[in-house]
Write a protein that binds this ligand. Structure first.
Ligand code: NAP
Ligand code: F7E
Length: 320
């Protein structure tokens, strides 16, 4: 019999790739749809899976809607991907971020306990919890030190996941995912901001690109690889926490160089530094060690940053 999965954040980047993966694996997929004024299902449409997800209206801040979603979907697996996920916005909307990205996870965990405590749970945790890094390469044992309201909210959700696993014996796993990108990445995040600008500059639609701290370093992977890790965690006999990363770190500057070069351009001719894009507190460098995920789950990334950025630039050129 095929399994049922419930995905929150189904309209986001990871939601779209995860839906596609689950459908390929024969799941009946349900998505929690937070109603918006504008069209939010474009990513599912781009992957050709929009009509194959059963949408259930709901919001992470409304626990009654989550209980209803659990009952309607009869979910065997619940993937909590919904969040206010843009770090910059978390300083201007800290309370909303805490409610959606922090308390929202507890609401999902409670709805699982109430409706079906055998359902398996995945929490979308983040390398932002490492923030001011306490070790050169971050793994599951590295102490956390979040540097943004987003990181703080996600740390609450992470510890709630661990706590519900230990308190109520839930099959609850936390994936500590480092930055992952794709052609479906939101345009506010730096990789997509850059690849979209490269395409527009190449087509003569834009003259310059304004960025903040281009000396920041990130461990960037491909979202398609990372949703595979989420699924693998829920197939394991025992729930656990896993770092998912590539093990390579690159500056924003080098990432720009790759993107512009792919279109035959020199980034130095177009990138301008704008203080408006600096953050009140920065995460200067992130570098993950995914050894545990490789050993326990057999997970490995398959896409280099150069391949990823080329894929994103090509997609943005095509869209224009
Ligand atoms: P994303 O593209 O920003 O998607 C976030 C999703 O959450 C969207 O579907 C959004 O719906 C939904 N959402 C926002 N507020 C909600 C609410 N109140 N109730 C229900 N749903 C709500 O994020 P992503 O890149 O796919 O990331 C997926 C998850 O992984 C997020 O939790 C993120 O924090 C976490 N994460 C991401 C990365 C990364 O590098 N991508 C790394 C580590 C962890 P609308 O589209 O309708 O607003
Ligand atoms: O910034 C620097 C910025 O916004 C990356 C989210 O998915 O990954 C993401 O969070 C770096 C930062 O991602 C601009 O200061 C410079 O150092 O693409 P980003 P993020 O903040 O790392 C983690 C793992 C998550 O969990 C989050 O949900 O790039 N940067 N100039 C800039 N960033 C942006 N957005 N815009 C700029 O102009």
């Amino acid at each position: 019999m095929s399994k049922n999965a419930l995905v929150t954040g189904v309209t986001g980047q990871d939601g779209a790739y995860l839906v596609k993966l689950l459908l390929e694996k024969g799941y009946n997929v349900y998505g929690l749809l937070a109603r918006r004024g504008s069209d939010s299902t474009w990513r599912l449409r781009e992957l050709g899976v929009e009509g194959e997800v059963t949408m259930i209206d709901g919001d992470l801040t409304d626990v009654t809607s989550l209980i209803r979603a659990m009952a309607v979907s009869r979910a065997d697996e619940v993937y909590n991907l919904g969040a206010q996920s843009f770090v910059g916005t978390s300083w201007t909307q800290p309370v909303l971020t805490a409610q959606v990205s922090g308390v929202g996870a507890i609401n999902v965990l409670e709805s699982i306990r109430i409706v079906n405590d055998k359902a398996r749970f995945y929490q979308a945790s983040t390398s932002e919890m490492f923030g001011l890094i306490q070790a050169d390469r971050q793994d599951e044992s590295t102490p956390f030190y979040p540097r943004s309201p987003y990181g703080v909210a996600k740390l609450m959700a992470h510890w709630a996941t661990v706590n519900y696993r230990e308190s109520f014996n839930l099959h609850a796993s936390s994936g500590i995912l480092f930055n992952h990108e794709s052609p479906l990445r939101g345009p506010e995040f730096v990789t997509r901001k850059v690849t979209q600008a490269v395409a527009r500059i190449k087509k003569g639609l834009q003259k310059e690109l304004r960025l903040g701290n281009i000396d920041a370093k990130r461990d960037w992977g491909f979202a398609g690889d990372y949703v595979r890790a989420m699924w693998m965690m829920l197939q394991a006999d025992k729930p656990d926490d896993y770092v998912i990363a590539t093990g390579v770190t690159t500056t924003v500057r080098q990432m720009c160089e790759l993107a512009f070069r792919h279109a035959g351009l020199n980034y130095e001719d177009y990138v301008k530094i704008d203080p408006a894009f600096f953050r009140p507190a920065e995460v200067d460098v992130l570098l993950g060690n995914p050894a545990k995920a490789k050993a326990a789950l057999g997970w490995e990334p398959s896409t280099s940053l150069e391949e990823l950025i080329s894929m994103m630039v090509d997609a943005d050129l095509r869209r224009l």
